[in-house]
Design a protein around this ligand. Sequence first.
Ligand code: G4P
Length: 527
Amino acid sequence: MSLEQEISKRRTFGIISHPDAGKTTLTEKLLLFGGAIQKAGAVKSSKIKDHARSDWMEIEKQRGISVATSVMGFHYKDVKVNLLDTPGHQDFAEDTYRTLTAVDSVIMVIDCVKGVETQTEKLMEVCRMRSTPVLCFINKLDREGRDPFDLLDEIEEKLTINVRPLSWPISMGKTFKGVYSLYEKKLQLFTPSKTTVEEGIEIADIHSPELDQLVGENYAQQLRADVELIEGVYPEFEVTDYLAGKVAPVFFGSAVNNFGVKELLDTFIRIAPPPIPRATTVREVKPSEEKFSGFVFKIHANMDPKHRNRIAFIRVCSGEFERGNNYYHVRQQKSLRFSNATAFMAQDRETVDEAWPGDIVGLYDTGNLKIGDTLTEGEKMIYTGIPSFSPEIFKEVVNKDAMKTKQLEKGLQQLMEEGVAQLFTYELGKRKVVGTVGALQFEVIQFRLKNEYGATVEFLPQNIFKACWISSTDEKKLHEFIASKQRHIARDKEDKLVFMAESKAWLQMVQDNFPEIKFHFTSEFKD
Ligand code: G4P
């Protein structure tokens, strides 16, 4: 098969949702369709439930599960689907942000009872930044949920994206009758079922009396009124708008009942984008270019603390990856040979000899690779669009065992390379402050430093609102700013200048007082 053919049959995507909306259930159903698993219940949830907050075995176990389910590849019809898992727990949102840099599109799951929840809003922001195409699945229609029109309005309002329903529910909860596909003009009658999928009933004209017979007169009337309203309110669905990240097509269903999932998957493989060109520091790279290139979006430390080898997850962006080849590590400016590469098919890891754009390969690494690194066949370019975001919680690291200072340094560095959290080192006094998205990471860091590196630390809460990367076109002004705010200036892992703002109001004041300085909430920015 030619490179072009390999590319055109790949769909690499992630599922995002607020915890409990049904991501794991939907993943499992998709894998069942893909034949990647044989029975329900085979996909372990990758979420860490609240009660496991200080249960370390649970966290360690989850780390194991999350490597196994990090990437689930399967074939469906003629398509190779690569589903990238994202952690459900909001404390691990930074992991999810990074995984979203490696996908070409996203399926967003929303609980019809709860509507749009906070976590979904944040994740959608990341998708919007990258204009990632989003397909929306409104789940749990077997429950008494909110009015579908209200749900659509809420999505448009809270997630700032236009929506276009491609299917429509007939009632909900106890009286849920089914879903009508506006696209294919087919009626899917609801039968609570966990395995079988009924073929839809073709109803080209919803005014046909057949509809009344199938769902009852009242519900048929309601559907006709709803469809009329939809056709009047929402413009025709244009695939190009979806691909540009401007419109999210919406489907309704019930993942646990395997209802509406096949329609979602069938539409997904038809309209979702294959790998597309990606930006680097030098130029845009097309997937169809002969030469291999890719970037690291995730690092997973080995479960065995005695052997510090890790798995780096590489998203192939162009050309063909071949096991055993030497590739150029752009940041370190050296050639590396990867004889041990892993592909991910469902939950099995297997050695891979070749991989194509859109695929993810796992490379065993002893500490050369970190998140954001680019591998090429020699070209000096670095994939962009893999920024760090300002953390939400900040704490100073205090070393409690002076004898283990070296181990602590090493442990911190390696955990940060894995992307567990972000480290900021103050210019004054070299104080080290760790920033995370959630409180749980501090417990994870403390535990892993002790367990894997023998270092003991304590964390001191800091009064910091945001870490802002700073820049200015006026070097002199930048120096003046740094001099006047010395106590609040730190460096990130790449030595970039960061202003640690104590509060929203104070940041606003500083911004007003220093109009020549630009404050950025992500580490990647254009001046
Ligand atoms: P998550 O990964 O997004 O966190 O959600 P997950 O799939 O684990 O689903 C959360 C809960 O919602 C699960 O129930 C799951 O069975 C249920 N669920 C998923 N889809 C539907 C649906 O279409 N209808 C209804 N009524 N429930 C659904 P649980 O009780 O937390 O777990 P379990 O014991 O059922 O596994």
